[in-house]
Design a protein around this ligand. Structure first.
Ligand code: ZN
Length: 348
């Protein structure tokens, strides 16, 4: 075992290429993970498309991918708390140990963070090197395809748990996979009404299949009518902005209660104008959310999955890795939920 197949950003142009690469060497504190399944992320689509962000961020060549599940097949000399054969996923953010944030245990706020599949060799490969510190063992109830989407589920959990949701009315803008999973989490932890908005009917239909939520197509329905029908006299207590759309954020601010709380995960394209005076006069709290809390989000997420949180239906497509072109076409169509690649079948 010294070579492997991997999906590589091999050239500074649109596309990814299946190439043969050496199996990574591991250091004394690393493990080698045989990849079973991977999820395709919006980030991977940006890298495929080679947009401005990707050109600024991603070195070429680079093995892409950061959403994975697999099993440990080799361990560095100093790794003592894991075992060969252990099924696992893992945190794809590789943190430093020097910053104030990292040294105080706020690992997710470390400014030295580097991402696998974005800055460092990634998980779209038969084998991945990962620091043992980043490994998250999987209990038997979490199978490989759910393990492969724990990274985006972690974004959803981190966003959803930013504010107390028990008994609250929640508005989620953006019914992509993360918005949908955040809706499922909000339900699971006891929100009262969960309303999710989008302008894509396929995504709204998927949201209603995955979670007990009220989908609203803001292109054809008036959100205020829905809010009144649900007897919210003042509006939503908690908002989660998952779309990056200026119009959606405006509508969210408009729809919140006085003193409402908004978590922002969606990334607007470039700078966008914000009506700050409305935010001030409504006394709204806004929190930017990045990544997952390492490792508190992972702990909560796994505990909820063990206790009945079900997001499996957000996975709409599964392909052997040899069909990665088709898988990316599906992703880029905007008509899918999560798309999972299976690496256990040979890449031809
Ligand atoms: Zn991702």
């Amino acid at each position: 075992m010294d070579s492997m197949t991997a999906l590589v950003k091999a050239r500074p142009e649109p596309g990814l290429w299946m190439e043969t690469r050496p199996v990574p060497d591991i250091g004394v504190d690393d493990v080698l993970i045989r990849i079973h399944k991977t999820g395709i992320c919006g980030t991977d689509v940006h890298i495929w498309n080679w947009d401005d962000w990707a050109q600024r961020t991603v070195p070429v060549p680079l093995i892409t991918g950061h959403e994975f599940a697999g099993e440990i097949v080799a361990m560095g000399r100093d790794v003592t708390d894991l075992a060969i054969g252990q099924r696992c996923s893992g945190e794809g953010h590789l943190i430093g140990h020097r910053s104030r944030q990292a040294r105080s245990g706020k690992f997710h706020l470390d400014p030295e963070t580097r991402g696998i599949g974005v800055n460092e060799p990634g998980a779209f490969a038969q084998y991945l090197r990962l620091p043992a510190f980043n490994v998250v063992p999987l209990p038997d109830v979490i199978d490989d395809e759910i393990g492969a989407i724990l990274d985006p589920l972690g974004n959803a959990v981190h966003t959803a748990l930013s504010f107390d949701l028990v008994g609250e009315d929640v508005l989620i803008a953006g019914a992509g996979p993360i918005g949908i999973m955040a809706a499922a989490v909000a339900r699971h932890v006891g929100a009262r009404h969960v309303v999710i908005t989008d302008i894509n009917p396929d995504r709204l239909a998927l949201a209603a299949q995955v979670a007990d939520v009220i989908p609203v197509n803001v292109a054809t329905e008036d959100l205020r009518d829905v809010t009144h029908r649900l007897k919210m006299t003042q509006g939503y207590d908690v908002g989660m902005e998952m779309s990056g759309s200026q119009a959606a954020l405006d509508q969210m601010v408009e729809s919140m209660v006085m003193g409402g709380r908004i978590a922002l995960l969606g990334i607007p394209p470039g700078k966008s104008p914000v009506d700050w005076s409305r935010i001030v006069f409504k006394a709204i709290t806004i929190k930017g959310v990045y990544g997952r809390e390492i490792f508190e989000t992972w702990y909560k997420m796994i505990a909820m999955l063990e206790n009945g949180l079900d997001v499996r239906r957000v996975i709409t497509h599964r392909f052997p890795v040899a069909q990665y072109q088709t898988a990316f076409d599906v992703m880029r169509s905007g008509r899918s939920g999560k798309v999972v690649l299976d690496w256990t079948t040979p890449a031809a």
